[in-house]
Ligand binder design. Structure first.
Ligand code: SAH
Ligand code: SF4
Ligand code: F3S
Length: 453
Protein backbone atom coordinates (compact mmCIF):
# COMPACT_ATOMS: atom_id res chain seq x y z
CA UNK A 1 0.00 0.00 0.00
CA UNK A 2 1.36 3.44 -0.89
CA UNK A 3 2.14 5.69 2.08
CA UNK A 4 -0.18 8.63 2.79
CA UNK A 5 1.31 11.82 1.30
CA UNK A 6 2.40 14.27 3.99
CA UNK A 7 4.59 17.35 4.23
CA UNK A 8 7.76 17.80 6.22
CA UNK A 9 9.44 21.06 7.25
CA UNK A 10 13.00 20.69 8.60
CA UNK A 11 15.10 23.55 9.91
CA UNK A 12 18.69 22.94 10.93
CA UNK A 13 20.90 25.02 13.23
CA UNK A 14 24.58 24.73 14.13
CA UNK A 15 27.28 22.83 12.30
CA UNK A 16 27.46 21.06 8.93
CA UNK A 17 27.00 17.72 10.64
CA UNK A 18 23.61 18.90 11.77
CA UNK A 19 22.85 20.04 8.20
CA UNK A 20 23.80 16.56 6.98
CA UNK A 21 21.63 14.93 9.66
CA UNK A 22 18.69 17.09 8.56
CA UNK A 23 18.96 15.72 5.00
CA UNK A 24 19.19 12.17 6.36
CA UNK A 25 16.06 12.69 8.47
CA UNK A 26 14.22 13.74 5.32
CA UNK A 27 15.60 10.60 3.59
CA UNK A 28 14.40 8.33 6.42
CA UNK A 29 10.92 9.87 6.24
CA UNK A 30 10.56 9.85 2.42
CA UNK A 31 9.39 6.20 2.27
CA UNK A 32 6.76 7.13 4.90
CA UNK A 33 5.23 9.55 2.39
CA UNK A 34 6.84 12.75 3.74
CA UNK A 35 7.78 15.29 1.10
CA UNK A 36 9.84 18.34 2.07
CA UNK A 37 8.27 21.80 2.02
CA UNK A 38 9.72 25.24 2.69
CA UNK A 39 6.30 26.47 3.93
CA UNK A 40 5.94 25.67 7.60
CA UNK A 41 2.17 26.30 7.49
CA UNK A 42 1.81 23.33 5.08
CA UNK A 43 3.78 20.93 7.27
CA UNK A 44 2.25 17.88 8.95
CA UNK A 45 5.61 17.38 10.67
CA UNK A 46 8.00 20.14 11.78
CA UNK A 47 11.52 19.15 12.83
CA UNK A 48 13.87 21.65 14.48
CA UNK A 49 17.37 20.15 14.33
CA UNK A 50 19.02 22.06 17.12
CA UNK A 51 22.47 23.19 18.33
CA UNK A 52 23.63 23.47 21.94
CA UNK A 53 27.13 24.86 21.42
CA UNK A 54 26.50 28.34 22.87
CA UNK A 55 23.81 29.61 25.21
CA UNK A 56 22.27 31.86 22.58
CA UNK A 57 21.94 28.96 20.08
CA UNK A 58 20.13 26.83 22.65
CA UNK A 59 17.79 29.57 23.90
CA UNK A 60 16.83 30.55 20.35
CA UNK A 61 15.20 27.11 19.99
CA UNK A 62 12.67 27.82 22.73
CA UNK A 63 11.62 31.10 21.12
CA UNK A 64 11.37 29.31 17.74
CA UNK A 65 9.23 26.60 19.35
CA UNK A 66 6.85 29.29 20.60
CA UNK A 67 6.33 30.35 16.96
CA UNK A 68 5.90 26.76 15.75
CA UNK A 69 3.30 26.22 18.46
CA UNK A 70 1.23 29.10 17.00
CA UNK A 71 1.42 27.46 13.54
CA UNK A 72 0.25 24.18 15.11
CA UNK A 73 -2.70 25.94 16.75
CA UNK A 74 -3.68 27.73 13.55
CA UNK A 75 -3.57 24.46 11.62
CA UNK A 76 -5.57 22.75 14.37
CA UNK A 77 -8.28 25.42 13.91
CA UNK A 78 -8.37 24.39 10.22
CA UNK A 79 -8.82 20.72 11.23
CA UNK A 80 -5.19 19.78 10.48
CA UNK A 81 -2.83 17.95 12.85
CA UNK A 82 0.83 18.90 13.18
CA UNK A 83 3.56 16.99 14.96
CA UNK A 84 6.54 18.93 16.33
CA UNK A 85 9.88 17.17 16.76
CA UNK A 86 13.00 18.56 18.43
CA UNK A 87 16.14 16.82 17.17
CA UNK A 88 19.88 17.46 17.46
CA UNK A 89 22.08 18.54 20.34
CA UNK A 90 19.51 20.49 22.43
CA UNK A 91 17.33 17.35 22.29
CA UNK A 92 20.27 15.31 23.58
CA UNK A 93 21.22 17.81 26.29
CA UNK A 94 17.77 18.76 27.57
CA UNK A 95 15.76 15.59 26.88
CA UNK A 96 12.35 15.48 28.59
CA UNK A 97 12.86 19.03 29.94
CA UNK A 98 11.83 20.20 26.45
CA UNK A 99 8.30 18.78 26.86
CA UNK A 100 8.06 20.70 30.14
CA UNK A 101 9.20 24.00 28.63
CA UNK A 102 7.08 23.69 25.48
CA UNK A 103 4.01 21.49 25.73
CA UNK A 104 3.32 21.59 21.99
CA UNK A 105 6.37 19.37 21.34
CA UNK A 106 5.48 15.75 20.44
CA UNK A 107 8.88 14.14 19.86
CA UNK A 108 12.40 14.62 21.19
CA UNK A 109 15.04 12.72 19.26
CA UNK A 110 18.80 12.78 19.85
CA UNK A 111 21.46 12.80 17.10
CA UNK A 112 22.10 9.05 17.44
CA UNK A 113 18.45 7.97 17.28
CA UNK A 114 16.86 9.72 14.30
CA UNK A 115 16.85 6.55 12.17
CA UNK A 116 13.99 5.57 14.53
CA UNK A 117 11.82 8.56 13.52
CA UNK A 118 9.23 6.53 11.56
CA UNK A 119 8.71 4.22 14.55
CA UNK A 120 8.60 7.17 16.96
CA UNK A 121 6.00 8.93 14.82
CA UNK A 122 3.80 5.85 14.97
CA UNK A 123 4.18 5.80 18.77
CA UNK A 124 3.26 9.50 18.86
CA UNK A 125 -0.05 8.96 16.98
CA UNK A 126 -2.73 10.37 19.25
CA UNK A 127 -1.36 12.60 21.94
CA UNK A 128 1.53 10.64 23.48
CA UNK A 129 4.88 12.39 23.58
CA UNK A 130 7.89 10.26 22.66
CA UNK A 131 11.52 10.63 23.73
CA UNK A 132 14.63 8.88 22.40
CA UNK A 133 18.01 10.24 23.39
CA UNK A 134 19.79 6.89 23.71
CA UNK A 135 23.18 6.17 22.25
CA UNK A 136 21.98 2.90 20.69
CA UNK A 137 24.29 0.04 19.90
CA UNK A 138 22.96 -0.43 16.39
CA UNK A 139 24.63 1.56 13.63
CA UNK A 140 22.39 4.51 12.76
CA UNK A 141 24.04 4.96 9.38
CA UNK A 142 23.45 1.32 8.47
CA UNK A 143 19.70 1.89 8.94
CA UNK A 144 19.30 5.05 6.87
CA UNK A 145 17.60 5.11 3.48
CA UNK A 146 19.64 6.32 0.50
CA UNK A 147 18.15 9.47 -1.03
CA UNK A 148 16.58 9.25 -4.50
CA UNK A 149 18.54 10.59 -7.50
CA UNK A 150 16.13 13.51 -7.92
CA UNK A 151 16.50 14.39 -4.23
CA UNK A 152 20.29 14.39 -4.56
CA UNK A 153 20.10 16.54 -7.69
CA UNK A 154 17.85 19.05 -5.87
CA UNK A 155 20.48 19.40 -3.12
CA UNK A 156 23.21 20.54 -5.51
CA UNK A 157 26.58 19.35 -6.79
CA UNK A 158 28.41 19.77 -3.50
CA UNK A 159 27.39 17.35 -0.73
CA UNK A 160 28.30 16.55 2.86
CA UNK A 161 28.98 13.02 4.09
CA UNK A 162 29.50 12.38 7.80
CA UNK A 163 32.28 9.81 8.26
CA UNK A 164 33.01 10.19 11.97
CA UNK A 165 30.92 11.28 14.93
CA UNK A 166 31.47 12.23 18.52
CA UNK A 167 34.49 13.41 20.42
CA UNK A 168 36.74 12.07 23.17
CA UNK A 169 38.79 15.24 23.60
CA UNK A 170 36.78 17.10 26.26
CA UNK A 171 37.95 20.65 25.68
CA UNK A 172 36.79 22.38 28.86
CA UNK A 173 34.46 24.83 27.05
CA UNK A 174 32.66 22.33 24.82
CA UNK A 175 29.38 20.37 25.01
CA UNK A 176 30.03 18.17 21.96
CA UNK A 177 31.45 15.14 23.84
CA UNK A 178 28.23 15.12 25.90
CA UNK A 179 25.73 15.76 23.09
CA UNK A 180 27.34 13.58 20.40
CA UNK A 181 28.93 10.96 22.59
CA UNK A 182 32.15 9.00 22.12
CA UNK A 183 34.14 9.00 18.90
CA UNK A 184 33.02 6.48 16.28
CA UNK A 185 33.96 6.05 12.63
CA UNK A 186 31.82 4.66 9.81
CA UNK A 187 33.23 1.68 7.88
CA UNK A 188 35.04 2.48 4.61
CA UNK A 189 32.70 0.42 2.42
CA UNK A 190 29.61 2.20 3.77
CA UNK A 191 31.14 5.63 3.09
CA UNK A 192 32.38 4.63 -0.37
CA UNK A 193 28.91 3.30 -1.22
CA UNK A 194 27.28 6.56 -0.16
CA UNK A 195 29.78 8.70 -2.08
CA UNK A 196 29.41 6.54 -5.23
CA UNK A 197 25.63 6.87 -5.02
CA UNK A 198 25.89 10.67 -4.68
CA UNK A 199 28.34 10.94 -7.58
CA UNK A 200 26.17 8.76 -9.83
CA UNK A 201 23.37 11.29 -9.27
CA UNK A 202 25.51 14.32 -10.20
CA UNK A 203 27.44 15.28 -7.06
CA UNK A 204 30.94 16.54 -7.95
CA UNK A 205 32.31 17.66 -4.57
CA UNK A 206 32.09 15.85 -1.24
CA UNK A 207 33.02 17.32 2.13
CA UNK A 208 33.76 14.56 4.62
CA UNK A 209 32.46 15.57 8.03
CA UNK A 210 33.25 14.73 11.60
CA UNK A 211 33.49 16.56 14.92
CA UNK A 212 37.08 15.30 14.79
CA UNK A 213 37.25 14.19 11.21
CA UNK A 214 40.99 13.56 11.14
CA UNK A 215 40.67 11.16 14.08
CA UNK A 216 38.83 8.92 11.57
CA UNK A 217 39.77 5.22 11.90
CA UNK A 218 37.07 3.20 10.14
CA UNK A 219 37.12 -0.52 9.39
CA UNK A 220 38.26 -1.49 5.92
CA UNK A 221 37.20 -4.61 4.03
CA UNK A 222 40.38 -6.45 5.08
CA UNK A 223 39.36 -6.09 8.73
CA UNK A 224 41.98 -3.42 9.44
CA UNK A 225 41.73 0.22 10.38
CA UNK A 226 41.73 2.91 7.74
CA UNK A 227 43.00 6.48 8.33
CA UNK A 228 41.47 9.61 6.84
CA UNK A 229 44.43 9.86 4.45
CA UNK A 230 43.80 6.32 3.12
CA UNK A 231 40.07 7.02 2.86
CA UNK A 232 40.77 10.19 0.86
CA UNK A 233 43.03 8.24 -1.52
CA UNK A 234 40.36 5.56 -1.96
CA UNK A 235 37.48 8.00 -2.54
CA UNK A 236 39.46 10.14 -4.96
CA UNK A 237 39.48 7.13 -7.33
CA UNK A 238 35.69 7.34 -7.77
CA UNK A 239 35.16 8.44 -11.38
CA UNK A 240 33.25 11.71 -11.61
CA UNK A 241 34.18 12.93 -8.12
CA UNK A 242 36.17 16.10 -8.77
CA UNK A 243 36.75 17.51 -5.31
CA UNK A 244 37.19 16.26 -1.77
CA UNK A 245 37.31 18.33 1.41
CA UNK A 246 37.13 17.44 5.09
CA UNK A 247 36.26 19.22 8.31
CA UNK A 248 36.68 19.78 11.24
CA UNK A 249 40.21 18.75 12.11
CA UNK A 250 42.00 18.80 15.45
CA UNK A 251 45.67 19.88 15.29
CA UNK A 252 46.77 16.82 17.29
CA UNK A 253 45.26 14.41 14.74
CA UNK A 254 46.97 15.93 11.68
CA UNK A 255 49.03 12.82 10.84
CA UNK A 256 51.99 12.70 8.45
CA UNK A 257 50.06 10.60 5.91
CA UNK A 258 47.26 13.19 5.85
CA UNK A 259 49.75 16.01 5.34
CA UNK A 260 51.32 13.97 2.53
CA UNK A 261 47.89 13.47 0.92
CA UNK A 262 47.69 17.25 0.51
CA UNK A 263 50.81 17.06 -1.64
CA UNK A 264 49.81 14.13 -3.82
CA UNK A 265 46.03 13.88 -4.17
CA UNK A 266 44.74 16.29 -6.79
CA UNK A 267 41.10 15.83 -5.75
CA UNK A 268 41.93 16.95 -2.20
CA UNK A 269 41.41 20.69 -2.14
CA UNK A 270 44.08 23.03 -0.69
CA UNK A 271 41.91 24.38 2.10
CA UNK A 272 42.08 23.34 5.74
CA UNK A 273 39.87 24.34 8.66
CA UNK A 274 42.17 23.84 11.65
CA UNK A 275 40.76 25.43 14.81
CA UNK A 276 43.36 26.64 17.33
CA UNK A 277 40.95 28.51 19.70
CA UNK A 278 43.65 30.69 21.34
CA UNK A 279 47.26 31.81 20.89
CA UNK A 280 48.08 31.69 24.61
CA UNK A 281 49.63 28.51 25.99
CA UNK A 282 48.21 29.25 29.44
CA UNK A 283 44.68 29.44 28.02
CA UNK A 284 45.22 26.45 25.70
CA UNK A 285 46.27 24.45 28.79
CA UNK A 286 43.20 25.49 30.71
CA UNK A 287 41.06 24.66 27.65
CA UNK A 288 42.56 21.12 27.68
CA UNK A 289 43.55 21.50 24.03
CA UNK A 290 46.77 19.48 24.50
CA UNK A 291 48.71 21.54 21.95
CA UNK A 292 50.69 24.76 22.26
CA UNK A 293 50.69 27.82 20.02
CA UNK A 294 54.17 26.86 18.81
CA UNK A 295 53.25 23.23 18.04
CA UNK A 296 50.30 24.57 15.99
CA UNK A 297 52.60 26.96 14.10
CA UNK A 298 55.12 24.13 13.51
CA UNK A 299 52.30 21.97 12.15
CA UNK A 300 51.24 24.70 9.74
CA UNK A 301 54.83 25.08 8.60
CA UNK A 302 54.97 21.32 7.85
CA UNK A 303 51.73 21.47 5.87
CA UNK A 304 52.90 24.54 3.93
CA UNK A 305 56.15 22.79 3.12
CA UNK A 306 54.30 20.16 1.07
CA UNK A 307 51.43 22.40 -0.07
CA UNK A 308 52.62 26.03 -0.08
CA UNK A 309 49.33 27.41 -1.42
CA UNK A 310 47.11 25.82 1.25
CA UNK A 311 44.49 28.25 2.59
CA UNK A 312 43.76 28.04 6.30
CA UNK A 313 40.82 28.85 8.49
CA UNK A 314 40.29 28.57 12.23
CA UNK A 315 37.87 29.02 15.11
CA UNK A 316 38.75 31.27 18.06
CA UNK A 317 37.16 31.72 21.45
CA UNK A 318 37.64 35.13 23.07
CA UNK A 319 37.15 35.71 26.76
CA UNK A 320 37.73 32.17 28.01
CA UNK A 321 37.86 32.26 31.86
CA UNK A 322 41.10 33.85 33.04
CA UNK A 323 42.02 35.33 29.63
CA UNK A 324 44.13 38.44 30.26
CA UNK A 325 45.03 41.20 27.83
CA UNK A 326 48.44 39.51 27.40
CA UNK A 327 46.74 36.16 26.55
CA UNK A 328 44.52 37.93 24.03
CA UNK A 329 47.56 39.68 22.54
CA UNK A 330 49.09 36.22 22.01
CA UNK A 331 45.99 35.27 19.99
CA UNK A 332 46.37 38.42 17.85
CA UNK A 333 50.05 37.55 17.35
CA UNK A 334 49.20 34.00 16.26
CA UNK A 335 46.63 35.28 13.75
CA UNK A 336 49.21 37.75 12.38
CA UNK A 337 51.81 34.99 12.06
CA UNK A 338 49.53 32.47 10.29
CA UNK A 339 47.60 34.73 7.90
CA UNK A 340 44.15 33.13 7.55
CA UNK A 341 41.88 33.00 4.51
CA UNK A 342 38.88 32.96 6.85
CA UNK A 343 38.19 32.87 10.58
CA UNK A 344 35.30 32.29 12.98
CA UNK A 345 35.24 33.98 16.39
CA UNK A 346 33.03 33.27 19.33
CA UNK A 347 32.66 34.96 22.67
CA UNK A 348 33.10 32.30 25.34
CA UNK A 349 29.70 31.02 26.43
CA UNK A 350 29.35 29.16 29.73
CA UNK A 351 27.87 25.72 29.11
CA UNK A 352 26.23 23.80 31.93
CA UNK A 353 28.10 20.63 32.87
CA UNK A 354 31.43 21.65 31.29
CA UNK A 355 34.52 22.36 33.44
CA UNK A 356 34.80 25.89 31.99
CA UNK A 357 31.51 26.88 33.60
CA UNK A 358 33.03 26.18 37.07
CA UNK A 359 36.21 28.17 36.46
CA UNK A 360 36.88 31.37 38.39
CA UNK A 361 37.76 34.64 36.60
CA UNK A 362 34.93 34.62 34.07
CA UNK A 363 35.57 37.52 31.67
CA UNK A 364 33.13 40.44 31.54
CA UNK A 365 30.83 40.60 28.49
CA UNK A 366 32.08 44.09 27.61
CA UNK A 367 35.70 42.85 27.54
CA UNK A 368 34.71 39.90 25.33
CA UNK A 369 32.96 42.24 22.89
CA UNK A 370 35.88 44.63 22.74
CA UNK A 371 38.39 41.81 22.09
CA UNK A 372 36.14 40.21 19.50
CA UNK A 373 35.98 43.52 17.61
CA UNK A 374 39.79 43.85 17.58
CA UNK A 375 40.26 40.31 16.33
CA UNK A 376 37.62 40.91 13.68
CA UNK A 377 39.48 43.95 12.29
CA UNK A 378 42.70 41.93 11.98
CA UNK A 379 40.99 38.93 10.38
CA UNK A 380 38.91 41.03 7.98
CA UNK A 381 42.13 42.59 6.72
CA UNK A 382 43.62 39.12 6.16
CA UNK A 383 40.54 37.89 4.30
CA UNK A 384 40.55 40.95 2.04
CA UNK A 385 44.28 40.54 1.36
CA UNK A 386 43.76 36.85 0.58
CA UNK A 387 40.96 37.62 -1.89
CA UNK A 388 42.91 40.51 -3.44
CA UNK A 389 45.87 38.18 -4.04
CA UNK A 390 43.59 36.07 -6.27
CA UNK A 391 43.08 38.91 -8.77
CA UNK A 392 44.91 38.23 -12.02
CA UNK A 393 45.27 34.51 -11.25
CA UNK A 394 43.53 31.74 -13.18
CA UNK A 395 41.90 29.08 -11.00
CA UNK A 396 39.67 26.06 -11.41
CA UNK A 397 36.12 26.82 -10.31
CA UNK A 398 33.42 24.24 -9.61
CA UNK A 399 30.14 25.82 -10.63
CA UNK A 400 27.36 25.11 -8.14
CA UNK A 401 24.36 27.29 -8.96
CA UNK A 402 22.93 30.24 -10.85
CA UNK A 403 24.61 33.56 -10.02
CA UNK A 404 23.23 36.72 -8.47
CA UNK A 405 22.16 38.21 -11.80
CA UNK A 406 20.61 36.64 -14.93
CA UNK A 407 23.31 35.19 -17.20
CA UNK A 408 25.65 34.61 -14.25
CA UNK A 409 26.72 31.39 -12.56
CA UNK A 410 28.37 30.97 -9.19
CA UNK A 411 30.95 28.53 -7.91
CA UNK A 412 33.94 28.04 -5.63
CA UNK A 413 37.70 28.19 -6.08
CA UNK A 414 39.82 25.39 -4.59
CA UNK A 415 40.34 27.78 -1.65
CA UNK A 416 36.59 28.02 -0.87
CA UNK A 417 36.18 31.53 -2.27
CA UNK A 418 32.82 32.23 -3.91
CA UNK A 419 33.14 33.34 -7.55
CA UNK A 420 30.61 34.88 -9.93
CA UNK A 421 31.10 34.74 -13.71
CA UNK A 422 29.06 35.41 -16.84
CA UNK A 423 28.30 31.92 -18.08
CA UNK A 424 25.63 29.47 -19.15
CA UNK A 425 23.69 27.26 -16.73
CA UNK A 426 24.91 24.06 -18.41
CA UNK A 427 28.31 24.64 -16.76
CA UNK A 428 26.75 23.99 -13.34
CA UNK A 429 28.38 20.80 -12.04
CA UNK A 430 31.51 21.33 -14.10
CA UNK A 431 34.98 22.57 -13.26
CA UNK A 432 36.28 25.33 -15.54
CA UNK A 433 39.28 27.66 -15.55
CA UNK A 434 38.41 31.20 -14.50
CA UNK A 435 40.57 34.30 -14.51
CA UNK A 436 39.81 36.35 -11.41
CA UNK A 437 39.23 39.98 -12.37
CA UNK A 438 37.90 41.57 -9.19
CA UNK A 439 36.68 41.16 -5.63
CA UNK A 440 33.91 42.42 -3.39
CA UNK A 441 33.69 41.90 0.37
CA UNK A 442 32.33 38.35 0.07
CA UNK A 443 33.08 37.11 -3.40
CA UNK A 444 35.35 37.16 -6.42
CA UNK A 445 34.39 38.10 -9.97
CA UNK A 446 35.91 36.18 -12.86
CA UNK A 447 35.96 35.47 -16.58
CA UNK A 448 35.78 32.00 -18.11
CA UNK A 449 39.10 31.21 -19.74
CA UNK A 450 38.37 27.92 -21.40
CA UNK A 451 35.92 25.15 -20.87
CA UNK A 452 37.08 21.70 -19.97
CA UNK A 453 34.79 19.25 -18.25
N1 SAH B 1 35.68 20.06 16.60
C1 SAH B 1 34.40 20.66 16.41
C2 SAH B 1 34.16 21.93 17.10
C3 SAH B 1 32.70 22.08 17.27
S1 SAH B 1 32.27 23.47 18.00
C4 SAH B 1 33.91 20.71 15.01
O1 SAH B 1 33.73 19.70 14.38
O2 SAH B 1 33.59 21.79 14.47
C5 SAH B 1 32.72 24.73 16.82
C6 SAH B 1 33.40 25.86 17.49
O3 SAH B 1 32.54 26.48 18.42
C7 SAH B 1 34.63 25.49 18.29
O4 SAH B 1 35.75 25.33 17.47
C8 SAH B 1 34.75 26.64 19.23
O5 SAH B 1 35.52 27.68 18.67
C9 SAH B 1 33.32 27.13 19.38
N2 SAH B 1 32.79 26.82 20.72
C10 SAH B 1 32.60 25.60 21.26
N3 SAH B 1 32.14 25.73 22.53
C11 SAH B 1 32.03 27.05 22.79
C12 SAH B 1 31.64 27.83 23.91
N4 SAH B 1 31.28 27.25 25.06
N5 SAH B 1 31.65 29.18 23.81
C13 SAH B 1 32.05 29.77 22.66
N6 SAH B 1 32.44 29.10 21.57
C14 SAH B 1 32.45 27.75 21.62
FE1 SF4 C 1 34.58 20.24 21.22
FE2 SF4 C 1 37.20 20.11 21.57
FE3 SF4 C 1 35.85 17.96 20.78
FE4 SF4 C 1 36.14 20.00 19.08
S1 SF4 C 1 37.81 18.74 19.94
S2 SF4 C 1 34.27 18.86 19.49
S3 SF4 C 1 36.08 21.74 20.47
S4 SF4 C 1 35.65 18.96 22.75
FE1 F3S D 1 25.95 22.46 17.61
FE2 F3S D 1 25.81 19.89 18.09
FE3 F3S D 1 27.02 20.76 15.93
S1 F3S D 1 26.12 21.47 19.59
S2 F3S D 1 27.85 22.73 16.56
S3 F3S D 1 24.89 20.98 16.37
S4 F3S D 1 27.64 19.03 17.16
Amino acid sequence: MAAVRRKLFVKSYGCQMNAYDATRMADVLAPEGYEETTEITEADLVILNTCHIRERAAEKIFSELGKVRIVKEERHARGLTTKIAVAGCVAQAEGAEIFRRQKAVDLVVGPQSYHRLPEMLREAEGSTSVLDTDFPLEDKFGQLQPPSRSKIASRGVSAFVTIQEGCDKFCTFCVVPYTRGAEMSRPVAQIAGEVEHLVSAGVREVTLLGQNVNAYHGHDSAGGNCSLATLVVELSRIPGLRRLRYMTSHPNDMSEDLIAAHAGETALMPFLHLPVQSGSDRILGSMNRKHSAQSYLDLIARIRLVRPDIALSSDFIVGFPGETEADFQATLDLVSTVGYASTYFFKYSMRPGTPGAQMPDQVAESVKSERLARLQVLADGQRRAFNASAVGRTMDVLFEKKGRHPGQIAGKTPYMQAVQVDGADHLIGEVAAVEVIGTSSNSLFGRLVEHRS
